[in-house]
Design a protein. Structure first.
Length: 656
């Protein structure tokens, strides 16, 4: 069992009397934890706002990796995690940072400092001289969407999306200063520095070459218009190697930086090159959906394929140390380790699975169950008996083909996890009578994505996208069988069952009410055309609460044939999921985080609290005093929702 040690420290309380909470667009050194997610500029705080505190966090997507000595440094959602790779085949975590807004998209290392860029946030510096306890050393809030970083001397060079190249003086990490910038025409996504030049991968605008001899006045001296989307660049000798998206790897002669010349291209059809590293005569390329590819570039004018290995996910980052190649694979695959002593046949020999891309979560007793984008043989199970110190009950790992988990249903002894692979769609069935030892006991093919599951007695009601609602008999839990279905007009996204009716959040077709008193012959009884896109639904008493894209729609269903909207609350994000406990609705609101809405009077819902981290909330469960929120890129967050605090809004805090 891997133990994730988490503890929260109260750093700041923001008392809000203004309705505006926009992210500062000014360049400067701001406290990143006082910066809400971009796009969340409206809120409603009642006279008694709920106190929402970030308690802990686990898992997250992995896009970046760097390696030096006995350590690998990887991004895991909103954290930097440091792994001991003295034995590359068994990487083990030794330290991690606190939780920050955004998620780590690139890393650089200089001395004992690690430089991380967080998507939409900026540059964060960590002092990792003690790998078991990395500490925050400095932060710079960049104005664009930071995507790449390189360090040379006293300067960090940040590829800052639409803002181009930023040059930041880092000689004093606690007082970072922007010294210069060059606004490239595209979206700067990657950067490397050699001598007096910065080479910038500029998206659709190809490779830009910038003279940085005078850091306060960088000047573009030339460019090379690559045909794809330049995502990353590395320079070795007289050549720049550009990961050019769907156009593969473009090798460019830069012996004269003022006049670059195209040398050659190597392309993998149907795949997108994300990052490239060149060691000696070999180029190591991370391909989206294509895994690791090794090229022979001894003759840059004529590269050829050496070997490849599948990471079963979106390979985004790559690092090389000796004969080992380390690949950051975003869809929950974490860090994959390959032995490439024979470059024609690289072989996976180790992994660190970050269990990223959670999309749904269920809490039962003292365990949280969630599906991920992992290449896993089992579902993710976290012991949350102590919510401040969650522990992996099951460390996700293994290889059974790519699985993108979309929904989960749990009974006392069985978990049903939906997903897809290269071969189709299905439910995987796990015996969880011993939560720490879940066993895969069955698999059931489905006609499409299962977006939601409601399990009532001996039946499972599955919202199956364009295939409507499928009713499965669970008389034999390990071998479900379909007994009935109703093909709704829209895309079945969410389902709840109460009494003789199934309530379906049917996308653009709103709420559909299906009579299921006879499961083999379901029929529609009524519907309500919600104003947005119905993504999820929960039913309590005589009301259906619909997560309706732009907000929470409350519908009176006491007469199922004639449902009537009685209340609506316009949330600032995109409402993906909703649960109701007592007088409160908890809405996973996408970029709006978690919203807590008082519904004791359904005709007049009032927001009483929120948390803007997680920043892409797509799933929520509530158990006792805690909300468990799934965030695609940043993992599973546990929030304390127990207290009240007059007139106060509490932003999430760094986890130490």
């Amino acid at each position: 069992m891997r133990k994730i040690r988490l503890a929260s420290t109260l750093l700041a309380i923001l008392v809000v009397l203004s309705p505006s909470l926009g992210k500062s667009s000014a360049r400067g050194q701001l406290d990143p934890m006082l910066t809400p997610s971009q796009g969340v500029t409206e809120t409603s705080v009642s006279a008694k706002a709920t106190y929402v505190e970030l308690v802990s966090q686990v898992s997250g997507s992995t896009r970046a990796v760097i390696v030096e000595g006995d350590y690998a440094y990887i991004g895991v959602g909103p954290r930097l995690v440091i792994l001991d790779i003295a034995d590359p085949e068994t990487p083990s975590p030794v330290g991690q940072t606190g939780v920050h807004p955004g998620w780590v998209v690139d890393l650089a290392l200089a001395g004992s400092n690690v430089y991380a860029v967080y998507q939409s946030q900026g540059l964060q510096i960590y002092d990792a001289s003690n790998p078991s306890s990395p500490i925050d050393a400095g932060f710079y809030d960049t104005p664009g969407s930071a995507a790449g970083v390189a360090v040379a001397g006293d300067y960090a060079y940040v590829a800052d999306g639409s803002e181009g190249l930023l040059i930041i003086d880092i000689h004093e990490p606690t007082s970072l200063i922007e010294t210069g910038s060059c606004d490239t025409p595209g979206d700067a996504t990657g950067v490397t520095v050699v001598g007096d030049y910065a080479y910038v991968a500029d998206g659709s605008e190809g490779l830009r070459i910038i003279n940085i001899h005078e850091p306060s006045s960088p000047i573009e001296v030339s460019f090379f218009d690559t045909p794809g989307y330049a995502a990353d660049v590395t320079v070795v000798g007289d050549y720049a190697y550009v990961a050019d998206g769907s156009e593969g790897v473009r090798i460019i002669d830069i012996s004269n930086p003022a006049s670059p010349d195209g040398a050659s291209t190597w392309k993998l059809v149907g795949r997108s090159a994300r990052e490239v590293v060149v060691i000696g005569s070999q180029a190591y390329v991370a391909y989206e959906w294509g895994g690791l590819w090794i090229l022979d570039v001894a003759n840059p004018a004529s590269p050829s394929h050496f070997g490849s290995a599948d990471t079963a996910g979106l390979a985004y980052g790559v690092a090389v140390a000796g004969t080992y190649v380390y690949v950051a694979a975003e869809y929950g695959n974490g860090l994959r380790v390959f032995n490439a002593s024979d470059p024609a046949h690289p072989t996976e020999v180790g992994y660190y699975d970050a269990a990223g891309f959670p999309s749904d979560v269920v809490v039962q007793a003292t365990y949280a169950y969630f599906g991920t984008g992992s290449n896993v043989s089992t579902l993710a199970v976290v012991d949350v008996a102590d919510p401040a110190n969650p522990e992996w009950a099951v460390s996700p790992h293994g290889s059974m083909g790519l699985m993108l988990g979309t929904a989960i249903g749990v009974t006392a002894t069985t978990a049903y996890l939906s997903g897809s692979s290269y071969t189709g769609y299905y439910l995987r069935i796990f015996d969880i009578s011993v939560p720490m030892e879940p066993a895969l006991v069955g698999e059931y093919d489905t006609p499409n994505w299962v977006n939601d599951l409601a399990i009532i007695g001996d039946y499972a009601y599955a919202a199956v996208g364009d295939s409507g609602v499928r009713i499965l008999s669970l008389a034999l839990p390990t071998a479900p069988s379909e007994v009935g279905f109703y093909d709704t007009l829209g895309s079945a996204e969410g389902v709840a069952v109460a009494g003789d009716y199934a309530y379906v959040a049917d996308g653009s077709e709103g709420l559909r009410i299906i009579d299921v008193h006879e499961p083999t012959l379901p029929t529609e009884s009524g519907f309500y055309d919600t104003p947005g896109y119905a993504a999820d639904v929960t039913v309590v008493d005589n009301y259906a609460y619909v997560a309706d894209a732009g907000g929470l729609c409350i519908i009176d269903i006491h007469e199922p044939t004639s449902p009537i909207e009685v209340g609506y609350y316009d949330t600032p994000g995109y409402a993906y999921d909703v649960v109701v406990v007592g007088d409160y609705a908890y809405v996973a609101d996408g970029g709006g985080g978690l919203r807590i809405i008082d519904i004791h009077n359904p005709t007049s819902p009032i927001e009483i609290g929120f948390s803007v981290i997680p920043e892409m909330a797509v799933g929520v469960a509530v158990e006792g005093d805690y909300a468990y929120v799934a965030d695609f890129y940043r993992g599973l967050f546990i929030l304390d929702i127990s207290g009240d605090w007059p007139f106060a809004l509490h932003l999430p805090l760094i986890m130490r």
